[in-house]
Design a protein around this ligand. Structure first.
Ligand code: FAD
Ligand code: NAP
Length: 326
């Protein structure tokens, strides 16, 4: 039989936004259900050092921080479901969602905190060599490139952090960037430029990834000079694409208003979306700040907005369960 899970507040996503919404909603007695998705803990689980989340004088690890947030949410009464939502129906109340597990999720309110996913260059050769030398996560796959010559593509915080991280495994790291300046924070740039095992190739983009050997793996990249158009071959055995993230909103196309870049539109100063009772928080609605602390901040806002919405609702909501924590 298919499981059905009902809640006054359904939260999609278990990154800093979803888990903060869960903490606030649980403390308000809404017994939220968090559908965690295929990346429980979200993007911070694929990084190492986090130095800018307030409250920690020492450097903390991304996966550890997310574990703590989940524990805190569970401790105050949020329920985690390990599932990925693949269908939504926001045209009726309660909102209905179907998970890959086959389970049905019903929510009087919905908090969308599905975050963002790594972007790819979308080259046919990239697709062909994914997992065989081409990766979008140095923290996850860097270990496999011990002692090898690697490149990192991009010029933002992620690219610089990935390049620095790769020096734990490789003495030969090259950052490839399409312009002649980075957009990464100055402190990260200073660390990058000071590192003896990292060099930067400016004004270059990858024209194609080149495979070779048996079994086939990455052996080189063809780099295009963005100022002259000239192509040169550059030997490398590992390439990490770190060119940013796109909001995970495909599921909501046609259901919620999205902006031109695919981010969920919210009413200014709130987390209210185009459908009353549906709220969005974190990277899925924020294309400017995209930080763990801002995701957590808007997660808090979403829970408070949803609570207010239910208090004023003119429909019969799922009964409020007894508080489960002391
Ligand atoms: P995410 O963390 O992206 O979480 C999204 C969640 O939604 C995931 O749990 C996923 O499983 C779930 N999900 C997606 N689709 C579905 C679905 N259909 N059904 C159910 N669940 C779904 N920020 C900082 O402040 N400091 C840092 O040091 C820092 N380092 C970073 C390092 C890296 C490598 C990266 C990639 C990002 C870093 N960031 C950092 C940015 C920060 O991680 C994000 O801003 C933050 O994680 C966004 O939180 P979120 O909750 O909005 O989304
Ligand atoms: P980002 O800031 O959007 O940077 C993406 C980089 O990739 C840019 O340098 C961009 O070049 C380049 N790029 C984009 N498309 C490209 C393409 N098709 N080909 C080649 N290069 C391409 O993304 P991000 O670095 O992943 O960071 C995302 C957010 O997470 C940011 O808000 C960031 O601050 C945050 N974050 C924070 C930390 C931290 O606080 N320590 C760490 C990681 C991420 P251009 O510069 O030319 O546009």
């Amino acid at each position: 039989m298919t499981a059905t899970h009902s809640s006054r507040m359904l939260i999609l996503g278990s990154g800093p936004a979803g888990l903060t919404a869960a903490i606030y909603a649980a403390r308000a007695g809404m017994a939220p259900i968090v559908v965690q998705g295929i990346q429980p803990g979200g993007q911070l689980t694929i990084t190492t050092d986090v130095e800018n989340y307030p409250g920690f004088a020492d450097v903390i690890q991304g996966p550890w921080l997310m574990e703590q947030m989940q524990k805190q949410a569970e401790h105050v009464g949020a329920r985690m479901e390990w599932d990925h939502i693949s269908e939504v129906d926001l045209s009726q109340r309660p909102f209905r969602m179907k998970g890959d597990s086959g389970a049905l999720y019903l929510g009087d309110t919905l908090v969308v905190a599905t975050g963002a996913q790594a972007r790819w260059l979308n080259l046919p050769s990239e697709e062909h060599l994914k997992g065989r030398g081409v990766s979008a996560c140095a923290t996850c796959d860097g270990f496999f490139y011990r002692g090898r010559k690697v490149i990192v593509i991009g010029g933002g915080n992620t690219a610089v952090e990935e390049a620095l991280y790769m020096t734990n495994h490789s003495h030969d790291v090259t950052l490839i960037h399409r312009r002649d300046s980075l957009r990464a924070e100055k402190i990260l740039q200073e660390r990058l430029f000071a590192h003896p095992n990292i060099r930067v190739m400016w004004n270059r983009e990858v024209a194609q990834f080149v495979g070779g050997g048996e079994p086939e793996g990455l052996v080189a990249v063809d780099l295009r000079d963005t100022t002259t158009g000239a192509i040169e071959r550059f030997d490398t055995e590992g390439a990490f694409v770190a060119i940013g993230h796109s909001p995970a909103t495909e599921l909501f196309r046609g259901h919620l208003d999205l902006d031109g870049d695919g981010y969920i539109k919210v009413e200014q100063g709130t987390t209210r979306t185009s459908v009353p009772g549906v709220f969005a928080c974190g990277d899925v609605m924020d294309k400017i700040y995209r930080q763990a602390v801002t995701a957590a901040g808007t997660g808090c806002m979403a829970a408070l907005d949803a609570e207010k919405f239910l208090a004023e609702a003119d429909f019969e909501a799922t009964p409020q369960p007894a508080l489960q924590h002391a």
